[in-house]
Every structure is written in structure tokens, then in C-alpha cells.
Design a binder for this molecule. Structure first.
Ligand code: ADP
Length: 319
């Protein structure tokens, strides 16, 4: 292993930069050359690379986004596109690739490794939807961004005695909604993993009103969606003024939290070590506080389990 490439792919997430920084610096420390690939798999197909050293990653640990930029590459999904990438990898004498991204990017990494290229994935997504790891890089920051918004909306909801429906991201995974709901003291959390009863929500709103609650906060996961429709229905049934806020892309950007920076640094270091050990087709992650690596195919085959216990706690604390 002499030269490794690093790329960011798919949706960006906070602390991807911290992961790039760790990969570059740890690899350099261990005597490896690092090529940064621009725009995800597209850059691999088109040979858009830059040589990186310690100073190329100065001053980025605190920045959201990704200095390598990211993209979705339809071409890489085709065998011809992947052949092109393989040729570039051979021409540039790349011995291993680190892919920072979500499950889609990992499927790409899996196929790349099947072509004989040692590949390691670092989970970079705010969705926390990869079952093999307890946390993905960016989730904690997105959670704190959502929480900050909830705190602010709570103030104005109290002043106006309103119901607030706040839609958070997470695609088909309810983690961001559930964690934000608990941390934000929400009255209800609606996630794709659980059936919800509109009547129960309305009953809860009436009950809260009777007990003198000034507001009612409902956290709605993107995977369920329909915040605007929901508030309309709530207003119709309860007669209480209700507002919807869809937080959207503010959750994808911003200054990464300490937790995400540390996780990204540990995972970046592990990814380089895994390549140096001669392993291929791996992903790195965290389990019970430890940093782990696992076969990509195995990791992608694990079904994400919803945290039932946490959901029960959210219900018990909400009224
Ligand atoms: P994320 O990694 O955030 O889940 P996507 O699902 O959009 O984002 O995937 C990012 C990129 O990974 C895609 O644009 C494509 O280049 C590559 N990719 C995704 N799925 C596959 C697949 N099944 N085969 C090959 N490449 C894939």
C-alpha cells in the first residue's frame, strides 16, 4: 500500500471534513501518499484528483460540507462507468480507496472492491440509517441543529399557545426525530417505524390544554412527512392554532459538534489502518463506544433495528 485515494459521495454531512483530515494526516504519518478525489465517484471516473498533504487539510476541522465536494454519479452505477474508474485507479497507481458517504455510496464501494480495489467506507450521513454502526458521522450535529430550532420554536409556540409540528430529516430512519423529540421535550414523536394515531395526538393536545400547557410540540420524521397537511387537520379538529416548520437542509450543514469531530477522526484513522492491514471491502464504525471494522456486504445486510426502549421513554416523558 503506497497510495490511497479518499472521496466523499452522496449527501454531505457535518464532519466529513474532519474525516478527510484524519485520513490524510494518519496516512501521511504512516508514509502513504494521498490523492483527494473531487465530486465523489464522478471524480474517480474523470481522474479529478489532487495530491493532499498535512497542510491541504489545515483549518477544516470546524467546517461543514466537504472540501472535496460531493456528487451523485449515475455513471458509476453502470458497469462501464465502474470500468472507467478502475482504469483511472490503475493509471494513477491507487492501491486503496476510502469512501466517505451513506448506504448508496457504500454499495458503490462494495462493487469497486469486487473489481479488486481495496476499499473502506466511513459512514458519513445525518440519517443514522446504517445498522452496523451506533452512530454515523454528522448525525450528532444534525441532531443539535434540530434541537436548537426546536428550542426557538418552543418559545414562540408558548407565546402564542400554538401547536407546532416540526419536520426533521432522516429519510426512512426515525432516529433523528426520536432523539430530537426526547432532547427537545416534545409531546409527540412521529416516525416511519411506528404507526401513529391522529386521534391520540388530538386527545393529547386537549389534555395538555386542560392541564395548562402553553404549547404542544410534535416532531415529525421526514420518512412520514406531510407536516403542512398534518397541522391543517389538527387545526380543523382541535380548533387550536397550529404551525408547521420543515427544517430541511439547515440540518445538513453547519459547524460540526465535538462528538462528530472526534468520531470522524477515530474512523478516519481506523480506515487507514484497515487498508494498511491489507483488508479489503470493509466499513468502519462504532459499537458500544469501540471503533470496529466489518465486511461491507455483511454491514449492508444488517437490518436497522428501531430503538424501542428509547421510543417508550419518549412516550413516558412526553405527558
Ligand atoms: P448516500 O451515499 O448519501 O446514500 P446515494 O444513495 O445518492 O447517497 O449514493 C451516492 C452515490 O453512490 C450514487 O450517486 C452512485 O454514484 C453510488 N451508488 C449508489 N448506489 C449504487 C449502486 N447500487 N451501485 C453503484 N453505485 C452506487
Amino acid at each position: 500500500m503506497k497510495t490511497i485515494a479518499v472521496l466523499t459521495s452522496g449527501g454531505d454531512s457535518p464532519a466529513m471534513n474532519a474525516a478527510i483530515r484524519a485520513v490524510v494526516r494518519i496516512a501521511n504519518d504512516k508514509g502513504l501518499r494521498v490523492l483527494g478525489v473531487h465530486r465523489g465517484y464522478n471524480g474517480l471516473i474523470n481522474g479529478e484528483v489532487e495530491e493532499m498533504d498535512r497542510s491541504s487539510v489545515s483549518d477544516i476541522i470546524h467546517r461543514g460540507g466537504t472540501i472535496l465536494r460531493t456528487a451523485r454519479s449515475e455513471e458509476f452505477k453502470t458497469p462501464q462507468g465502474r470500468e472507467k474508474a478502475l482504469n483511472v485507479i490503475k493509471v494513477l497507481k491507487i492501491d486503496g480507496v476510502v469512501v466517505i458517504g451513506g448506504d448508496g455510496s457504500f454499495r458503490g464501494a462494495q462493487l469497486l472492491s469486487e473489481l479488486g480495489v481495496p476499499t473502506v467506507g466511513i459512514p458519513g450521513t445525518i440519517d443514522n440509517d446504517l445498522a452496523y454502526t451506533d452512530y454515523t458521522v454528522g448525525f450528532d450535529t444534525a441532531l443539535n441543529t434540530a434541537l436548537d430550532a426546536i428550542n426557538k420554536i418552543r418559545d414562540t409556540s408558548s407565546s402564542h399557545e400554538r401547536v407546532s409540528v416540526i419536520e426533521v430529516m432522516g429519510r426512512n430512519c426515525g432516529d433523528l426525530a426520536l432523539f430530537a423529540g426526547i432532547a427537545g421535550g416534545a409531546e409527540n414523536v412521529i416516525v416511519p417505524e411506528k404507526e401513529f394515531s391522529f386521534e391520540d395526538i388530538c386527545r393529547g393536545i386537549f389534555e395538555g390544554k386542560r392541564r395548562g400547557k402553553l404549547h404542544n410540540i410534535i416532531i415529525l420524521a421526514e420518512g412520514v412527512g406531510g407536516a403542512h397537511k398534518l397541522v391543517k387537520k389538527i387545526e380543523e379538529v382541535t380548533g387550536i392554532e397550529s404551525r408547521a416548520t420543515v427544517l430541511g437542509y439547515i440540518q445538513r450543514g453547519g459547524i460540526p459538534s465535538a462528538f462528530d469531530r472526534i468520531l470522524a477522526s477515530r474512523l478516519g484513522a481506523k480506515a487507514v489502518e484497515v487498508l494498511i492491514e491489507g483488508k479489503s471491502s470493509r466499513v468502519v464504525g462504532t459499537k458500544n463506544g469501540e471503533i470496529i471494522d466489518m465486511d461491507i456486504t455483511e454491514a449492508l445486510s444488517i437490518e436497522k433495528k428501531f430503538n424501542e426502549k428509547l421510543y417508550e421513554i419518549s412516550i413516558a416523558l412526553s405527558h
